[in-house]
Write a protein that binds this ligand. Structure first.
Ligand SMILES: Nc1ncnc2c1ncn2[C@@H]1O[C@H](COP(=O)(O)OP(=O)(O)O)[C@@H](O)[C@H]1O
Ligand SMILES: [Mg+2]
Length: 139
């Protein structure tokens, strides 16, 4: 049977300004609602999306946030993939520690986002770029 439109939905949000962060947040929240996430989870997902989108604007200037509904063996979830071709992260392990920031932030964005989702992967290479992939399951 074909997937319902909500489950196959995919949204690609170009990110280069504060306004785009708001759009990514809203689209993520909408998609999470369609996928059956609780309103609490919708808010947590919107927060995780904001953090990675904000990192793109601050550290890489531009990139994209991909949002996709997942249906794996009856499990529904949301995939969030934030990708940029910015400077990359010199020490990705350090970047995952609470309080580590090379800027003026609190250094809680990446470790905080990780705590809000079920699966989290940071891939980054200096001079190549950064991809953060997160998944959260609704049931
Ligand atoms: N997309 C990115 N490109 C380059 N560096 C990044 C990116 N995202 C995060 N970083 C690096 O990882 C560090 C930690 O990020 P984060 O946990 O969000 O804290 P903060 O943004 O408050 O510094 C940042 O200070 C920055 O050095
Ligand atoms: Mg941050």
């Amino acid at each position: 049977m074909a997937l319902t439109p909500s489950l196959s939905a995919e949204v690609n949000v170009p990110i280069e300004s504060e306004r785009d962060i708001v759009i990514a947040r809203q689209r993520g929240r909408e998609l999470a609602r369609m996928l059956g996430f609780s309103s609490t989870d919708q808010a947590l997902l919107a927060t995780a999306i904001s953090e990675v989108a904000r990192n793109i604007v601050i550290y890489a200037q531009k990139g994209t946030v991909l949002l996709r509904g997942l249906d794996e063996g009856g499990r529904r979830g949301l995939l969030i993939s934030a990708e940029d071709h910015g400077p990359g992260i010199e020490d990705p392990a350090a970047a995952m520690r609470d309080g580590y920031s090379t800027g003026t932030g609190l250094g809680l964005g990446l470790p905080g986002a990780k705590r809000l989702v079920d699966e989290f992967e940071l891939e980054s290479k200096c001079g190549v770029g950064t991809t953060v992939t997160m998944k959260k399951w609704s049931q």
